[in-house]
Design a protein around this ligand. Structure first.
Ligand code: NAG
Ligand code: NAG
Ligand code: NAG
Ligand code: NAG
Ligand code: NAG
Length: 543
């Protein structure tokens, strides 16, 4: 007969198992994370967003800065966080080790002790985009070295790794032979990239790459649509006995080849951003986004990997929430990458377990809205001579990206367009009555102005503690995916050369000076750190 103690333990075990089952009802694919960008006029409370992340079982989050307000919301959640140093801080981090050490002290060690699980420090964001004209070529690598050194010195370098999230345009295949196996790093930054990946490899840091099949499709009218997705049906290419049925795999394996050629063929690769926008362009639709994510998540769950890297993958979806203040230089779709709307509603069915069930994610709870009122063109206005400049003004200051060709509000007539623009501006200005005037053309109404699929939104009560936008001068991922994807299908060469080899040389030199100067101050750290030998040169690891 069971003793009371045994019975109690049995009950406990059952209770624990039941709890595990309950929380495991939506097990997210292992390795899955999300990017949480905040270039928005009306952000939700960080605690609301973190709760939403937890409600969906997401265990990894990548941020684009180290904002205290945002980060604090992760305390006690067990969510792995990637924090970042924005590009405009790279010069400061590269200048001297002191700045890097202070950054790590204030933005890593403090939180590490405060129970926040920091996993990676992203040094810059896509700093080598060709559209940056080489601006960050000299500073990125020295900043990376200084940050990794500072992490090591703070005693967390074994757990927390510095890496540089890069756009897939840092590698490509020649158009004469557009297959993954002919892939290598872009010629203008080739030597810099080789040095950088060897450095990261020697420190156990992963290569973080952003891969966007959507951009391949969007950039190229001849791109075979099915090749952007994972459900086959389109063309495939064959390379070294491997079949490539989608551009993601071809792109990823081009990187694998570039790493092999740099002598670090076993380097871990993390997909820092992958996703599909839902508005602002004819291919940016809910159904295409659903198709893309369904395929991607299923493959992650099945641990398919790519032909050269079969197995599980670590990947961060881009992005969590729409950002209405992102630059639209790359296109109107830039403000519509969220798997959630601006107010935390799931946009389309999405199964993060990869089982392909048509269920919706759990939305944000307790979001507070402004009153249900809209700003529209006065019905009696006949003379539209003043309308044009007022639309321009509204759309310059607010987000009208849903009005464009192929977008959700493209079906509106002229009056509809005008009302849409007026309302977006009115909401952006927190429904200030003075923001619904427009030379006397506008009026507020409590009648829902939405038409068909075109939502006239009501803005939420902003939780922004400080005026936003200023902090983020990001250009966005200024569409440049001149990779095997494009080469494959349109046969065009994009040899845009900015920056040059001399710059790469200079960067390596600066860094060594920094570390040597530092070494003079604390010679003891040579032995303590254990990594210093590697810091000063590039061990030919793996080659
Ligand atoms: C820490 O990160 C914040 C937010 O990104 C930044 O404003 C601050 O300057 C950083 N601290 C240091 C010491 O660099
Ligand atoms: C890069 O150069 C182009 C052409 O000269 C210019 O239009 C663009 O604004 C520059 N971008 C940056 C980030 O400096
Ligand atoms: C506004 O409405 C007209 C139809 O009358 C349409 O042709 C136009 O593209 C719409 N969008 C904008 C941004 O003006
Ligand atoms: C207005 O109507 C749209 C479309 O029917 C709907 O989705 C939205 O929730 C409505 N807004 C409000 C505040 O009721
Ligand atoms: C690429 O262009 C060259 C010359 O213009 C042509 O001979 C070749 O067949 C093209 N390749 C593909 C894959 O279209």
């Amino acid at each position: 007969m069971d003793s009371p103690a045994t019975v109690m333990w049995t009950y406990l075990a059952v209770a624990v198992a039941a709890a595990a089952l309950a929380s495991a009802s939506t097990p997210v694919v292992p390795g899955l994370g999300v990017n949480w960008g905040t270039i928005m006029s009306h952000p939700m409370l960080p605690s609301t967003v973190v709760q939403m992340i937890q409600d969906n079982g997401i265990k990894k989050v990548k941020l684009f800065d180290a904002d205290e307000w945002t980060l604090s919301a992760f305390a006690g959640t067990n969510i792995e966080v990637t924090i970042a140093i924005p590009n405009n801080q790279l010069a400061r981090m590269s200048e001297n080790c002191k700045n890097a050490k202070e950054w790590v002290k204030e933005n890593v060690t403090k939180y590490d002790h405060g129970g926040i699980k920091i996993k990676y420090v992203a040094v810059g964001n896509e700093p080598f985009l060709t559209s940056y004209n080489g601006t960050f070529i000299k500073t990125t690598f020295p900043a990376l070295k200084n940050i990794q050194t500072a992490l090591n010195e703070a005693g967390v370098g074994d757990r927390i790794k510095a890496t540089v999230p890069l756009n897939a345009d840092v590698y490509n295949s020649p158009s004469s032979n557009p297959v993954p196996s002919s892939g290598d790093f872009r010629s203008d930054i080739h030597d810099l990239m080789v040095d950088m990946v060897r450095f990261m490899h020697s420190h156990g840091s992963p290569f973080m790459v952003n891969i966007y099949p959507y951009l391949s499709l969007n950039l190229n009218p001849n791109f075979p649509v099915d090749y952007a997705f994972f459900d086959g049906g389109g063309r495939s290419i064959s390379d070294n006995n491997h079949q490539y049925t989608n551009v993601f795999d071809a792109n990823f394996d081009t990187l694998v080849w570039a790493l092999k050629k740099a002598g670090v063929g076993d380097m871990k690769i993390v997909v820092g951003e992958v996703g599909w926008p839902t508005d602002g362009n004819e291919y940016a639709t809910l159904s295409s986004a659903k198709r893309f994510y369904d395929g991607f998540l299923k493959r992650m769950a099945e641990k398919v990997g790519t032909p050269l890297r079969p197995g599980p993958m670590e990947a961060y979806l881009f992005g969590l929430i729409d950002e209405d203040m992102k630059s639209i230089l790359p296109g109107n779709f830039e403000r519509h990458w969220g798997i959630f709307t601006y107010d935390g509603r799931p946009k389309f069915p999405m199964d993060l377990s990869g089982n392909g069930n048509d269920k919706y994610l759990v939305g944000a709870k307790g979001v507070q809205y402004l009153p249900a009122q809209w700003c529209v063109l006065k019905p009696e206005v006949k003379d539209d001579s003043l309308v044009g400049t007022n639309i321009d003004y509204a759309c310059y200051n607010a987000d009208c990206t849903s009005l464009g060709y192929g977008s959700s509000c493209n079906q509106l007539d002229n009056r509809g367009n005008t009302s849409y623009a007026f309302n977006m501006y009115f909401q952006m200005q927190d429904q200030d009555v003075r923001a619904c005037d427009f030379d006397g053309l506008a009026v507020t109404t409590t009648v829902n102005a939405s038409q068909g699929n075109c939502l006239f939104p009501i803005q939420i009560v902003s939780s922004a503690p400080i005026p936003l936008a200023v902090a983020h001068l990001a250009i966005g991922r200024v569409v440049l995916v001149a990779i095997v994807a494009c080469a494959l299908v349109n046969n065009r060469t994009e040899e845009q050369k900015y920056g040059n080899a001399e710059e790469s040389e200079a960067s390596a030199k600066d860094a060594v000076i920094c570390h040597e100067a530092h070494r003079k101050v604390r010679p003891g750290s040579l032995n303590k750190g254990g990594r210093w030998g590697a810091m000063l040169g590039f061990p030919s690891t793996g080659s």
